[in-house]
Design a protein around this ligand. Sequence first.
Ligand code: PHE
Length: 347
Amino acid sequence: MQNYENIFSELAEKIKNLIADSKTMENIIEIKNKYLSKKGEFSLLMGKIKEAEDKKAFGEAFNNAKNKIEEVLNEKVKEFEAKKLEAQLKKEEIDITLPGNNIKRGSENPFYKVRKEIEDIFISMGYTVATGPEVDYDKYVFELLNIPKDHPARDMQDTLYIEDDLLLRSHTSSIQAHVMEEANGKPIKIICPGKTYRRDDDDMTHSHQFAQVEGLVIDKNINLGNLKATLELFAQKMFSKDSKVRFRSSFFPFTEPSVEVDISCFNCHGKGCNVCKGTGWIEILGAGMVHPNVLRMSGYDPEVYSGFAFGIGIERVAMLRYGVDDIRRFYQSDIRFIEEFNKKVED
Ligand code: PHE
């Protein structure tokens, strides 16, 4: 049998050396193309089979040599792949000794804290929270609340009209009107927090947009004493355990009698200070017994049912509670203000 190995060995050695010396995957591809592809230098040696006597032995010798080159080549490819993986792992390695990124914790606007606190206090007294539309019909904002068209009381709450009959609500009392309509003559015990809008000057204590929490209780035998006890409990939970409540007579078209409600000053406990402007009392809300006309219009017999209602300004409570001097601070999203406040609460 003829020995054909010599025919291939020289070129095979050269190729193996080239593979061994290659530095990159690109080198390997070049070698493959140049020597091992169909028309590559090594593959072309197969052509010499024509001259060979023992074609089978020639073929075997060629295949052996080619297989050995491929083995070396595959080893090298593996080596490169391992190196590549290693480099990638190194790159992605996390250095746990580096300082971390400081993620800034957000702070809740004090307005929302107070709104939630007010809600919680009334929920604990058995109230449910109701909401209603900010853009509402005249009927709900005024008429069902005993403020007919052209009534001078409308001037107290001049607001922003979308259409003749459609406006931004000037108070949350409009939600009362919706809830009474839906309740169909059944007892009610709700609070309604929400935004309200009025044509107003924007200064330290006024804003054209502010928020109220409305309260409404309708049932048999509800009286002014119930209202006072409710508001006193609210003041004690919100401001100070020994808070007292004082009623001064007032006017709202939808309540009769109507009262302006003061709480005893939680800062000086009645002695007089700058928070209560020296009077010992702080005005915080409007309230009263639901007017018989309002009850009647919403399908309640005023001879059988009675009720009380109140409207609390949320910003007003928040300003008192946290000593905020300017109502506009709640709306300006000034991080310094909000953060400062957060510190106060956490301390
Ligand atoms: N709606 C009144 C206002 O916005 C407040 C109020 C509510 C008064 C309920 C009495 C009863 O001024």
